[in-house]
Design a protein around this ligand. Structure first.
Ligand code: C5P
Length: 313
């Protein structure tokens, strides 16, 4: 029996700028996304009957209505019903290592792994761009998670321009175990507070060009760790840090550490610090742990990686 084991890496946002409102109710964004070496494992095999079955080691994620991996499988079943029936449904086992509602696109990575896995299991022969088009229907970050690496993401986040990344950087992640931030809440609150400053649609492309030719993209191209760390940016910090003092405190602890630069990822609450070596990252982890002295705080040492979903058998 064929079965696939996929690694689904998380992402961090090196840059997240909210440019304006879109007619579909989403925000027009310019982001720089980076895959990191913290991954969920997704096992996919035929269920032996016409059903989608999901096992998960995280109790919060067992509801099929909200689990994005399940929704990805249901979406593919509806698109490719003959193959679904022919191969006998699908059995998905999700081993969560990426924290949920953390700003690390864990759910999107799982959904991307299901698309890639079913493409192989059902012998669909879909190309990467075709998989990315399907992925965009499941969520704004899912297309990036399919290919991974380093990309400038625009539109809702689904328009991707992959750039050559710099694999030499280390990342320390910090997240309070008990804390989750709702992405819709973060964007709605931002619109409420800063909507007046939004650009008009005709100005969107100029803003994208500014970022594409900006200092952060240049720093990545030159593999200049210090410059990368100095040009991190995330507009959503403006709403998340005041509402979640624990996140602001964590951000400050990273700032006081030896990290080259620090920023919140996505809609938070994960905060990361960038380092140029594993040794430096271990030191930063220790410094932040000591400074925070908080049993609820989880810390990881990880690194940039240059690919998204990796398929094994
Ligand atoms: O696309 P996704 O389901 O990941 O988006 C989650 C939520 O984040 C959306 O419902 C919306 O509130 C917000 N969002 C947004 N603009 C984007 C992406 C996400 O307003 N470009």
């Amino acid at each position: 029996m064929k079965q696939y084991s996929l690694l689904a890496p998380a992402k961090i946002n090196l840059y997240l700028e909210i440019v304006g409102d879109r007619s579909d109710g989403f925000h027009e964004l310019v982001m720089i996304l980076q895959s990191i070496d913290l991954a969920d494992r997704v096992e996919i095999k035929p269920a032996g009957r016409q059903t989608i079955h999901l096992h998960c080691n995280h109790s919060h994620l067992s509801d099929p209505q909200t689990n994005l991996a399940y929704r990805a499988a249901a979406f593919m079943r509806d698109r490719y019903l003959d193959q679904f029936n022919h191969h006998g449904g699908v059995d998905i086992t999700l081993e969560k290592n990426i924290p949920i509602a953390a700003g690390l696109a864990g759910g999107s990575a799982d959904a991307a792994a299901v698309l890639v896995g079913l493409n192989s299991l059902w012998e669909l022969g879909l190309t990467q761009p075709e998989l990315q088009d399907l992925a965009a229907e499941l969520g704004s970050d899912v297309p990036f998670c399919v290919a991974g690496g380093t990309a400038i993401a625009t539109g809702r986040g689904e328009q991707l321009d992959f750039i050559r990344g710099y694999s030499g950087m280390w990342v320390v992640l910090g997240k309070h175990k008990s804390l989750e931030v709702s992405t819709p809440w973060a964007y709605t609150t931002y619109r409420h507070q800063f909507g007046k400053t939004y650009k008009e649609p005709e100005e969107f492309s100029d803003q994208v060009k500014r970022v594409e030719s900006g200092e952060l993209v240049e720093a990545i191209a030159k593999e200049n760790s210090n410059a990368i760390a100095q040009h991190l940016h995330n507009d959503l910090e403006e709403v998340v840090l005041p509402a979640y003092p624990e996140v602001a405190k964590l951000r400050e602890a990273f700032k006081q550490s030896n990290a080259l630069g620090t920023m919140m990822s996505g809609s938070g609450p994960t905060v990361f610090g960038l380092c140029e070596s594993q040794k430096q990252a271990q030191t930063v982890k220790k410094q932040v742990a000591e400074q925070m002295a908080d049993p609820d705080l989880q810390l990881w040492v990880t690194s940039f990686v240059s690919q998204g979903i990796a398929v094994g058998t």
